[in-house]
Write a protein that binds this ligand. Structure first.
Ligand code: FES
Length: 219
């Protein structure tokens, strides 16, 4: 009997009175640092970052698309009308091409660079005719029909990239011609390669003058 009374006292002592338990819980709740606050901030930031990134990406995409749309008519205006592209030939009116300016047309899926050279540029091209450093020696006169008009295929003879130099502000390389951004080949104002790794000069496409201001590229 005495032992049973001892057990009852122990069991009773192991339980906390209800009021004290509630107080303790309330104190704990007050002490607890709002458990979801940091997480919520993080989520807000993440959401904000994601939204901002999307805007940047969307804006960037629009800019690229916008650039494409805004520059294409300008570029396309140089290209011949579809009725002049036939049987692998491209006819180009060069009447409006001013000295010192370049245009790009498409011929059989390749860019063709046309430049109306100034007397100074022509003199520069001829001055290097005998340069022993030419990688693929060729006279400027052998690369043109009308010395004023240079017509070359705008494809690097290394691995086929399109060299820079057609747009104002482009890197034209050390010799004022074209610079290939892929591996650094440099072409002069005659389209001759001056720095490798390109092994050959820019190719001259077959072309002929249909009139003093109109050329047909292609056979
Ligand atoms: S493709 Fe032009 S340098 Fe390589």
């Amino acid at each position: 009997m005495g032992q049973k009374a001892d057990y009852a006292a122990v069991i009773a002592g192991s339980f906390e009175p209800m009021e004290e338990a509630e107080d303790r819980c309330a104190r704990r709740r007050q002490r607890r640092p709002e458990p979801h606050k940091d997480l919520k901030m993080e989520m807000d930031l993440t959401t904000e970052t994601t939204r901002r990134d999307f805007i940047y990406i969307a804006a960037g995409g629009s800019a690229v698309l916008g650039l494409g749309y805004s520059t294409w008519p300008f570029i396309d205006s140089f290209n011949p009308a579809s009725d002049t592209v036939a049987a692998g030939t491209t006819e180009v009116n060069v009447a409006e091409l001013q000295p010192g300016t370049r245009l790009t047309v498409q011929w059989r899926g390749h860019p063709v660079f046309i430049e109306r050279r100034t007397p100074e540029t022509l003199a520069l091209a001829r001055a290097d005719d005998d340069n022993p450093a030419l990688i693929d020696p060729q006279l400027d006169a052998d690369r043109v029909i009308d010395p004023e008009l240079l017509v070359v295929v705008g494809v690097c003879t290394h691995l086929g990239c399109v060299p820079l130099g057609q747009s104002s502000g482009d890197n034209q390389g050390l010799y004022g011609g074209w610079y290939c951004p892929c591996h650094g080949s440099v072409y002069d104002v005659s389209g001759r390669v001056r720095r490798g790794p390109a092994p050959k000069n820019l190719e001259i496409p077959p072309y002929q003058f249909m009139s003093p201001s109109r050329i047909r590229i292609g056979d």
